[in-house]
Structures are given as structure tokens and as C-alpha cells.
Write a protein that binds this ligand. Structure first.
Ligand code: R1P
Length: 289
């Protein structure tokens, strides 16, 4: 049965609604970045770029790095955009764009987030790299999908008790990254940790400019929490949604974080651009090694 026009939306040229891409535009390895300007900072290392397209905050370039075909796509900020990007990426490989039916055989993508992040542990310093082994999401996105089977509900439960989690906030959920991709991308140069994904940048990450917070001790409690010897290491705004939807849809995902702030020490990188560039080069090399 074809999927209804209101559910799987194609533009007049047949491309998928927000990303504006056709299946042939997408490589099986996809790098996601928040900032549209970061796309070119990645593809300038490519041997060749064969395709470029921009719609809203979603800027795609597909090309080759040392012979490997890779698409780089900006998502903008936040888990709401990740819902759009992950569902449309999956549609590009797993829905037939002519018949609008699900394909018989499901294909998997390798999805690599290269993003910036703030550490909440002193031992994860500014300008270091961190791989998210798992993510804890405060964004609530995954609860809209049938997803308990891929969540570590025990971790989330113990966490909620430790923090005395305010019930009006979305319930935290915990999901792992892809073991295969983690072992491909790790090295002694990179920290590994548990990444907390927040629904905002200020209040949800404990920043006070003018507004009082529901819980002033949020970041301290996050930093002191541990479960099975795993500590929460860093904060950002996309990883839990990428991990959750990738796992549900059968894709492999990893989040590579350039640590540009250390909230515990109150420090910020003197050259965040350089740290991101180094993480880009490191990640590209690990992908082709
Ligand atoms: C906030 O400044 C943004 O930076 C981080 C957060 O996850 C959020 O998207 O990632 P990016 O640098 O990839 O955008």
C-alpha cells in the first residue's frame, strides 16, 4: 500500500519534503552537523563534491573523501530537527519514491554527528574530543515512538530518583550508540562518556541570564550521578534523538563531540573553530582507515 500523501510528503520534483533530496543524492555514510557553515568545513577536505543543495537549515553536500562516498548534512539546532532529518534520511533509503511503498529489504546508514558540546566533568577538558557511548535525552522525542525495548529504563529510573526529576519535564530516556561505529572511531586521543541531550541551551542546560531555574543544582546533580560506573560527561542538543531514532530504524549512529566549554571549570575554548576542525579531520580519517 502506498503511504498517504499527507504522511510521506514529496515535493513536485519527487524529492522528500524538508531535505529536498532524491535517493540518488544520498551516500550510505552520512555526517550530521548543527551549523550549515560546518558542511563546507568538512567537504573542503573531499576529493570531489558531486552534489549540493540547501533548503531552510538543511544544507547537503555529497562527495568523496579518499574514495569513500559521504553525504554531509546540517540539521540546525535541536532534537525537533533531528526527528525530521532522521525520518527523511530513512525514507530516502527505505521507501520506494516511485511506488511510495516500503521496500522489502531494509538498508542501514552509518550516521556520524560531528558537533560541539560542553563538558560537565573537570577531567574532560576544553578542546578534547568525546565519543558518546550512550545518551540520556531530556527532550522527550523518543516517547512519541514505540521505543521502550531500545531504552535502558533502569538507568533512567535511577537517574530520575537521584535528580528528584521534576515530573512536568519530559521523562529522561537512555539509548546507546552503535558499538561498531564506536570501535571504529575511538582511539586513545578520544574520551568516551554519557552525553545528556537537552531541549534548550539556557535553562535546560542550567544557564542563568535573567530567568530563575526550576532546579539550580541541575548540573551539579548531573555531574555527581553515576550508574554502573558510568558518569554523565557532557551536554548538547541532538545526540539522544539521533541515537534513539537510528536504533529504532536500524541505522548505526555515533556522536563525536568537540568539547568547547567546561561548565565545571567555567572555561571556554580559546579557539573553538580549530578544535572543531581537528575533530573533523580526525573523524574523516577514522572513517576511511
Ligand atoms: C548549541 O550551541 C548547538 O551546538 C551544539 C549543540 O548540540 C547545539 O546544536 O552542536 P552543534 O555545534 O553541532 O550545533
Amino acid at each position: 500500500m502506498p503511504i498517504e500523501a499527507s504522511e510521506f510528503i514529496q515535493n513536485n520534483d519527487g524529492s522528500v519534503y524538508h531535505l529536498n533530496l532524491l535517493p540518488e543524492h544520498l551516500a550510505k555514510t552520512v555526517i550530521l552537523v548543527g551549523d550549515p557553515h560546518r558542511v563546507e568545513r568538512i567537504t573542503r577536505h573531499f576529493d570531489k563534491v558531486e552534489f549540493k543543495l540547501k533548503k531552510r537549515e538543511f544544507y547537503t553536500q555529497t562527495g568523496y573523501y579518499k574514495g569513500k562516498r559521504i553525504s554531509v548534512i546540517s540539521t540546525g539546532i535541536g532534537p525537533d530537527n533531528i526527528d525530521i532529518v532522521l525520518n527523511e534520511l530513512d525514507a530516502l533509503v527505505n521507501i520506494d519514491f516511485e511506488t511510495r511503498e516500503l521496500k522489502d529489504e531494509i538498508s542501514s546508514l552509518d550516521i556520524i554527528r560531528i558537533g560541539t558540546s560542553g563538558s560537565i566533568q573537570k577531567e574532560v577538558p576544553v578542546d578534547s574530543f568525546l565519543i558518546s557511548e550512550r545518551a540520556i535525552g531530556f527532550d522527550g522525542l523518543l516517547h512519541f515512538y514505540e521505543s521502550e525495548h531500545i531504552q535502558d529504563t533502569e538507568f533512567a529510573e535511577v537517574f530520575s530518583q537521584h535528580l528528584d526529576w521534576f515530573k512536568k519535564k519530559a521523562a529522561p530516556y537512555v539509548v546507546d550508540g552503535s558499538e561498531n561505529l564506536i570501535s571504529r572511531m575511538e582511539s586513545s586521543r578520544v574520551h568516551k562518556g554519557v552525553t545528556a541531550t537537552n531541549i534548550g541551551f539556557y535553562g535546560p542546560q542550567g544557564r542563568i541570564l535573567r530567568l530563575a531555574l526550576q532546579d539550580n543544582k541541575l548540573n551539579d546533580k548531573l555531574a555527581s550521578f553515576s550508574f554502573n560506573n558510568k558518569k554523565i560527561t557532557n551536554l548538547e542538543m541532538e545526540t539522544s534523538a539521533i541515537y534513539g531514532l537510528s536504533k529504532l530504524l536500524g541505522h548505526n549512529a555515533i556522536s563525536m563531540n568537540a568539547i568547547i566549554a567546561n561548565r565545571a571549570a567555567g572555561t571556554f575554548s580559546k579557539d573553538p573553530r580549530n578544535t572543531v576542525d581537528e575533530l573533523i579531520q580526525y573523524s574523516l580519517e577514522q572513517l576511511v582507515k
